[in-house]
Design a protein. Structure first.
Lengths: 173, 227
């Protein structure tokens, strides 16, 4: 399948190489070309320097029609924004955003974005190592079916307007 | 009204100050501690020195009871997340985002931000207004400057539109010689009917400009700044 990865950091580069080696079509984006130094010479996919939150950049790098979109930069907000551009503007169905703030991760999961939270993940691993109870919060939240677009309540629906926002948001929660 | 302002740059600072002067309750969030302290020194202890993107701190700053959240940091993605968190996690009724990249305006609106303020767009709009689109454009001066090549972009309302070029009364010593239509230049023949969008190129002494204006743009050259 065609996989777009935004952010060629440790996680992004490891996954880019793994999926590429697994025979998938991989496009990896990063704002810094130096980040691509992490990729080995064997990497066959495309590495594009550009802003993964920018719709035009994503289209130019061939993100349209991707089967999966992974937002894995070091910035939670950039990931959130990239994921929403992928879902809302490019119509990609399987979208995952890395969000390290547990509150933000849970909030966006409620909005239908699949999130993975390294903070919760690490905390639970450490607790597990010590044999202590875990946080009880899932570190990976995939909204129903794991397909962001379908579980996504239309954020710009009339109900989300200023007058009735309180009522509708409370209902979603 | 209780307004939560996120981002203590110039915009956030002056915004908070004005709001306080107008009798509103304000909390300003600024993640840079030095900057936060500096603002607190000036306008009082309304500053929370934490990142307004972080859900925990947003909650501590009283986001849940804010009437309005204004996200005015210099980073669009931060402003988007602040507004979305405020709206969907804290049920804030009205969210305002500063958008720096005009390309993000539609996206933000689509994603539920109530109000979008784009300084880039505003300045751009201002500049475009200052460029007189109905005026004649001087392309080049010939010889000692006595002759000029002038371009006229035909708009709706131009008296030349719909008329053959040969019908136009040209001042003495002035000639229309070419037309650019759909990006293609061709010699202007007298039987050619002029259309909206045509760029007509004229050559003549600079004194004939008023007459050219009247024939090709229409109206009084001095009053041709509308639109």
């Amino acid at each position: 399948m065609k996989i777009v990865i935004v952010g060629c950091g440790r996680v992004g580069s490891v996954l880019a190489e793994a999926y590429d080696a697994g025979g998938h079509e991989v496009v990896v984006l990063d704002v810094s070309t130096r980040a691509f130094d992490r990729l080995s010479a064997e990497f066959q996919g495309s590495a594009v320097r550009g802003d993964g939150t920018d719709e035009d950049t994503l289209r130019r790098s061939g993100a349209e029609g991707a089967d999966a979109f992974l937002a894995l930069t070091e910035g939670d907000n950039r990931n959130v924004m990239a994921a929403q551009v992928a879902t809302e503007k490019l119509g990609i169905e399987r979208v995952l955003a890395k969000i390290n703030d547990p509150v933000r991760a849970a909030a966006y999961a409620e909005l239908g974005i699949a999130t993975v939270c390294r903070t919760t993940m690490l905390a639970d691993s450490v607790s597990g190592f010590l044999g202590l109870p875990s946080s009880g919060v899932p570190s990976m939240i995939a909204p129903s079916g794991g397909h962001g677009a379908h579980a996504h309540p239309p954020l710009s629906s009339p109900a989300a307007g200023p007058t009735s926002a309180g009522a509708s948001a409370a209902g979603e929660g | 009204m209780f307004v939560l302002v996120v981002g203590g740059g110039k915009v956030g600072y002056y915004l908070s100050k004005e709001l306080i002067e107008n009798g509103h309750e304000v909390v300003l969030m600024e993640k840079d501690r030095a900057r936060a302290d500096q603002i607190a020194d000036e306008i009082g202890s309304i500053v929370v020195a934490h990142d307004g993107c972080e859900g925990k701190y947003l909650g501590e700053a009283g986001c849940a009871r804010a009437d309005i959240v204004a996200a005015v940091t210099g980073d669009d993605e931060d402003n988007l997340v602040i507004c979305q968190m405020a709206k969907h996690h804290f049920d804030v009724r009205r969210t305002i985002a500063r958008v720096n990249n005009p390309k993000n305006e539609d996206l933000f609106r689509h994603l539920g931000v109530d109000e979008i303020i784009s300084p880039t767009r505003m300045i751009l709009g201002s500049i475009e207004q200052d460029i007189p689109v109905h005026e004649l454009l001087h392309l080049a001066a010939l010889g000692e400057g006595e002759l000029e090549i002038i371009e006229a972009h035909l708009q709706d309302g131009s008296p030349a539109v719909g008329r053959p070029a040969g019908d136009l009364t040209m001042p003495a010593g002035c000639a229309l010689f070419a037309v650019i239509r759909d990006g293609t230049a061709s010699p202007l023949r007298s039987d050619m009917t002029l259309r909206v969008g045509d760029k007509v190129i004229a050559i003549g002494p600079s004194e004939c400009e008023a007459m050219l204006h009247q024939q090709l743009i229409g109206g009084d050259p001095e009053a041709a700044t509308e639109g």
